[in-house]
Design a protein around this ligand. Sequence first.
Ligand code: NAD
Length: 246
Amino acid sequence: MTDRLKGKRALITAAGQGIGRTTAEMFIAEGAEVFATDVNSDLLSGLDCETYALDARSDASVRDGVERAQPDILFNCAGYVHHGSALDATDDDWDIGFDLNVKSMFRTIRAALPGMLERGTGSIINMSSAASSVIGAPNRFIYGTTKAAVIGLTKSVAIDYIQKGIRCNAVCPGTVESPSWHDRVRKLGEQLGSEEEAMKQFVARQPMGRVATTAEIAALVTYLGSDESAFTTGHAHIIDGGWSGQ
Ligand code: NAD
């Protein structure tokens, strides 16, 4: 590693497992002062940085967490997958999906922006997905809709602060091997009567014949947090093993 984030303070939501955790580890290795947070603080044990509970669905929790970190890099990773079509979704599912996947980012960004503006620097990275405005995925009605909204939010923030030293980008991964992905495979396996068949279906939509590792996504997030990416803002960076590129 190369100290690409030396001198930067980084706040990460949903750093307890999956992409968020691997990104926290990579940020630490690259020299950042990392504030790794999750709604479930037990999951943060073992990370070699400051850790504390932050519920991305609570404005008070977000304000406290951002105040403590004063981040130069904000990685909005919190999000969840609702499974189903428009006919499977309830109003509650819709509200929860938008609250956790989109409004959480409004909360963290409005809390972090004043400090970033004062310091004249900031990189905000929002977790979207290839399943968004990039590509439709079956049974991802609420998920795809919310992740498309993340791209719109990202572009809006980027343009409003482009002259102020603040960048805002989104990352759009294809399928990534993470704890919640293994849960989704297990659930589909129960429906299909075979976990192996479920795994095959998930892998089949990835033209490379495999899903991503969390480290592959964390590497892109690290680049976007670093000054190496100084000339990119307002973009949805697709990292999906060619899923949407065929
Ligand atoms: P994951 O789903 O396994 O873990 C999610 C983490 O979010 C958990 O640690 C959980 O405690 C935390 N969390 C849940 N609610 C929270 C809240 N209110 N506030 C703070 N934290 C909360 O991890 P993952 O699969 O790596 O997903 C991380 C992000 O990446 C999500 O936004 C997801 O939509 C996105 N993503 C994942 C994939 C994939 O295939 N895994 C693909 C594209 C995008």
